[in-house]
Ligand binder design. Sequence first.
Ligand code: FAD
Length: 461
Amino acid sequence: MNFNPLSDTHIKNLRAMVAEDRFSTGESVLELHAKDESHHRPCRPESGIWPVTRDEVARVVKYANDNRLPVTGWGSGSSLEGNPIPVQQGLVLDFTRMNRIVDIRTGDFQADVEPGLVYQDLNEKLRHTGLFFPPDPGARATLGGMIANNASGTRTIYYGSTKDYVLRLSVVLANGEIIELGTRASKTSSGYDLIRLFVGSEGTLGIVVEATVRLAGLPAEFSAAVATFASVEDAGKAVFEIMRNGLHPAALELLGPECVELMNREENLTLAIAPTLFMEFHGSTTGQLAEVLEMAAEICNSLGCRRFEPGVGRAERDRIFKARHALGEMIIRNHPDSNVLVMDVAVPITAYSPLIAAIRGELAGTGLVSYYISHAGNGNVHLNIVGKKGDTRQWELINGIVQRLVTRSLELGGTATGEHGIGLGKRKFMIAEHGSSLQWMKRVKSLFDPNGILNPGKIFP
Ligand SMILES: Cc1cc2nc3c(=O)[nH]c(=O)nc-3n(C[C@H](O)[C@H](O)[C@H](O)COP(=O)(O)OP(=O)(O)OC[C@H]3O[C@@H](n4cnc5c(N)ncnc54)[C@H](O)[C@@H]3O)c2cc1C
């Protein structure tokens, strides 16, 4: 695709479309929108725009389309695959000022939200309604960014991912047209599911300007437990047994010993340094949850669990999970001279052991620092590998390892990305994962965005 550089005329016209203080070509603004939280190389846009209404978005996008200027949506920039990096420069539409909760309909379990709303802020607002929005990527992500990446998190095993919570979308297409997708009914069989097409499309098909999301009832009681195992394989078996026995965990997270060591150091904990399962259960009474924990303990103990530390009640759950939720940021903070590559494969549960064996084989003797974190109930494995900034040889080694591990995951019937999206880093696996259906994705892209102005350079190899 050929794009035009941003000219003085473009700047004058775009500035006139939004208020003076919501358009900028300032150095710090461009720098701020040049990188997300990934290891990918930064690239500055040519301008930053903060829209506050859907009509502003429509006008700017239409102008960009008519003038062949790239447009990239921006939420919090917390992506881990370079998803919002404006690699073809152009305009970044930053949604942080378009962040209203338009309506909360508790009786329907629904909220209408603008794309720049941070999901923790939505949950804070919902706190007294007895409802919440369950997808929880951990970082301070916006609803627009979560919808675009189909984000999920620790509780996806029980509650599902973002795609399960989007009922309705208002979307600005590349030509500036605003379309309404979906329904406020809680189920529908009507026509093609365009919502599912737009969720996870990483801002390459259209720009989300409003969403109706589904809410869930806050559970009355919580419990959690930490179980320590001799090996990752034994912990993996416990994951399968906990699910097979119908205990319905709300989170089932498997961490490698290196993660536990870091959490002990940073959070003053005294967990045994070994492969560890963090589990959480939601229910209606403490009695019921205590029973579930007892069963979980039995299962873990029968599989060689060395220590099982249970806790019933919200405060106990929060205490046990606090360090787990802070882990991603802890790793980044502890390696200031390095970048961290986060592998994000997901495999069927039965392929979990062969994948772990492959990871072990690849890392042996490399001397690399890495952290094993897994949303184990979903077979979603993150290997966070630390590489020194600018050390080309080390990065060649890391990229080779990830290339082979993703290929192995695909051979095992898995996917290159369980939750972070394709962005820049996973484009090279699209042919291997999707084969001839990739051509149909390309046709969909050119149908919605014939000039390729929306988040160019992403998803397709
Ligand atoms: C410490 C840490 C832990 C994380 N843990 C998880 C996790 O457990 N699970 C998980 O899924 N993710 C996780 N992430 C990744 C990240 O938080 C999610 O991908 C999140 O959805 C990104 O949201 P954002 O608001 O930061 O979006 P951004 O990064 O700003 O953008 C994401 C994508 O959305 C597009 N976009 C933004 N707004 C719009 C819009 N209005 N319309 C169309 N497209 C738009 C962008 O162009 C980009 O392609 C983690 C990140 C960090 C730093």
